[in-house]
Design a protein around this ligand. Structure first.
Ligand code: VGL
Ligand code: ZN
Length: 208
């Protein structure tokens, strides 16, 4: 079994003070930094939207962030403008040890199409190439943490399992948006039901 660490969207806009701030989102950074040296291969995803991405509420007259609209026949949650390509908010958290990252996968670049998962857009029309990239390196197990637990982490983990990867989710390495109270716990439960193993980072670090 060859494992990789997958850091999901640990970007400034998802940290306190950011455009789409996740409560305690900064708490995942030290967990990521502690785990990185224990892995031979570290992948990081980056939400990477064009300036007028249609997941932004600002692109829809009369809509506010966190409302839902329909886009190309699918429900689309409307978000604050976030993770615009090249903007500071799209950058990795400044406290993240980016020198430890071996490969970056960017997603959400198509204006009409959102992409929560690091593997596929939300309608599974296009692959990001991450699955092939990992399989080409004989990686068959992913240890996953990052932001947001109930959005991009959940979609990434579900797709990873469907692609045949084993998945370990680091419980203390995720935080959620919680648009509804309890969303984060429900997401963790759903990832476990889908086949992920849930651990605390301390369980991965003992014996190192
Ligand atoms: C995310 C909402 C919109 C995430 C990305 O990274 O969880 N959430 N875009
Ligand atoms: Zn986004």
């Amino acid at each position: 079994m060859k494992q990789a660490l997958l850091l999901v969207d640990i970007q400034n806009d998802f940290l306190p003070g950011g455009a789409l701030a996740v409560t305690e989102g900064d708490a995942v950074v030290p967990v990521a930094n502690a785990l990185m040296p224990a892995f031979d291969y570290v992948v990081a995803s980056q939400d990477w939207h064009p300036p007028h991405h249609l997941s932004f509420a600002a692109e829809h007259a009369g809509y506010e962030p966190f409302q839902v609209t329909e886009l190309d026949g699918h429900d689309q949650v409307l978000w604050p403008v976030h993770c615009v390509q090249g903007a500071p908010g799209a950058g990795f958290a400044s406290a993240l040890d980016i020198a430890g990252i071996d490969h970056v996968v960017r997603k959400g670049m198509e204006r009409r199409l959102d992409s929560y998962s690091a593997f596929y857009d939300n309608h599974h029309l296009n692959a990001t190439g991450l699955a092939d990239h990992l399989k080409a390196r004989d990686i068959d197990h992913l240890v996953v943490l990052g932001l947001a637990a109930d959005v991009c982490v959940k979609f990434t983990v579900v797709d990873a399992l469907a692609e045949g990867f084993g998945v370990t989710l680091v419980r203390d390495g995720v935080r959620g948006v919680d648009m509804q109270p309890g969303d984060t716990q429900a997401a963790i439960d759903a990832m476990q039901v889908a086949g992920a193993t849930i651990v605390d980072s301390s369980e991965l670090l003992t014996g190192l």
